[in-house]
Write a protein that binds this ligand. Structure first.
Ligand code: NAD
Ligand code: TYD
Length: 345
């Protein structure tokens, strides 16, 4: 696999994946196609931008002519598709960009990849396509899809398109579904980087509802190793689940964060719940263990401490983001919620 094309490589997981690939495989060449939406940040890859094995193309996966040029200009062996609108809260505010990028973008990508006769395609999907669990049980690859948010519905639709291209055309696709990632370079709208950066600045941490919702947390580099395994050893037509086997209630995770940062619990602020908020995600990774020889390796508390340290030392990275479009989104998203709770900040 001499050259791979990655979509969405300037985002959180894509940038970690590209860096990991270039480190892991000295001969690997990577083409990164990214539109640079609010979540795409070239600074995430500033350390490798001059590596001769790396090439960046700014563009939209929905733009068929551009994608055809991207694939023919530098023929690639495989495509790993990360590019997406990825934040549930934004999908509740406006589902339009989610349908456009996550569904139409995937369809365009599948068509151009098929025409280019690439030998392997990885669809990076999410456990959220399975919907929500109650107090018991785990998602397996056989769990029926039952997405609850516009974000997860758009990801499920993309997965169904990928599945159909495999069945109809024999398209060499693999689908991966992973739980909540944490680690460096995550845009501070998601729970962990938002709460870390707020706590560092003595700002309140807006916990939705009562904080009883449970997420499974996996270090982003464990996820990247899983995608690498699916890319190189996965069987076409198959789905592989990845998870960190670390289930935590949001409120417990928030308290742990505050403890590690040495900040008071008085920063916790319970705010109006997210509409349609999924109660619990938990992953059964036994298929990835047995068929890909993969398992999560980063111990959660250790990974969390390292992640906190990263954000503590990357204040310029966070401030750059927070001075941009993020500021108006954050205001629109939280003003109403916080005021509902009697906070007039
Ligand atoms: P992110 O929001 O940090 O990054 C998304 C990237 O895609 C950005 O660089 C953005 O500029 C780019 N992009 C968006 N629309 C594009 C378009 N039309 N054309 C080209 N580029 C475009 O997302 P992330 O958290 O890194 O997630 C990456 C993938 O992994 C997504 O498909 C997401 O659904 C999936 N996933 C994420 C998690 C998680 O915990 N973050 C868990 C499981 C699966
Ligand atoms: P998030 O990071 O948005 O990921 P996802 O919704 O894809 O799981 O949220 C993780 C959990 O944290 C989820 O249960 C919602 C909750 N949450 C809060 O309580 N407050 C917040 O400000 C955010 C962003 C999330």
């Amino acid at each position: 696999m001499k050259r791979i094309l990655v979509t969405g490589g300037c985002g959180f997981i894509g940038s970690n994946f590209i860096r990991d690939q270039l480190t892991r495989y000295p001969e690997q060449e990577v083409v990164n196609v990214d539109k640079l939406t609010y979540a795409g940040n070239p600074a995430n890859l500033s350390d490798i931008e001059n590596d001769p094995r790396y090439r960046f193309l700014q563009g939209d996966i929905c733009d068929r002519a551009f994608m055809e040029r991207a694939l023919s200009g530098s023929p690639v062996d495989a495509v790993v598709h990360f590019a997406a609108e990825s934040h549930v809260d934004r999908s509740i505010l406006d589902s339009g960009p989610f349908v456009e990028t996550n569904i139409v973008g995937t369809q365009v990508l599948l068509d151009v990849c098929r025409a280019a006769e690439i030998s392997r395609y990885v669809q990076v999907s999410t456990d959220e396509v399975y919907g929500s669990l109650g107090d018991e049980g785990f998602f397996t690859e056989e769990t029926p899809l039952a997405p609850n948010s516009p974000y997860s519905a758009s990801k499920a639709a993309a997965d169904m398109l990928v599945r159909s291209y495999f069945h109809t055309f024999g398209f060499p696709a693999v689908i991966t579904r992973c739980s909540n990632n944490y680690g460096p370079y995550q845009f501070p709208e998601k729970l962990l980087p938002l709460f870390i950066s707020n706590a560092i600045n003595d700002q309140s941490l807006p916990v939705y509802g009562t904080g009883e919702n449970v997420r499974d947390w996996i270090h982003v580099l464990d996820h990247c190793r899983g995608i690498d395994a699916a890319l190189r050893r996965g069987k076409v037509g198959e789905v592989y689940n990845f998870g960190g086997e670390t289930e935590l209630r949001n409120i417990d995770l928030t308290r742990t964060l505050l403890e590690l940062l040495g900040k008071p619990e008085s920063l916790i602020q319970f705010v109006r719940d997210r509409p349609g908020h999924d109660l619990r995600y938990a992953i059964d990774c036994s298929k990835a263990r047995s068929e890909l020889d993969w398992s999560p390796e980063v111990e959660f508390r250790h990974g969390l401490e390292e992640t906190i340290e990263w954000y503590q030392t990357q204040t310029a990275w966070i401030q750059n983001i927070k001075s941009g479009e993020y500021r108006s989104y954050y205001a629109a998203q939280y003003k109403d919620r916080l005021q509902t709770q009697g906070d007039t900040e």
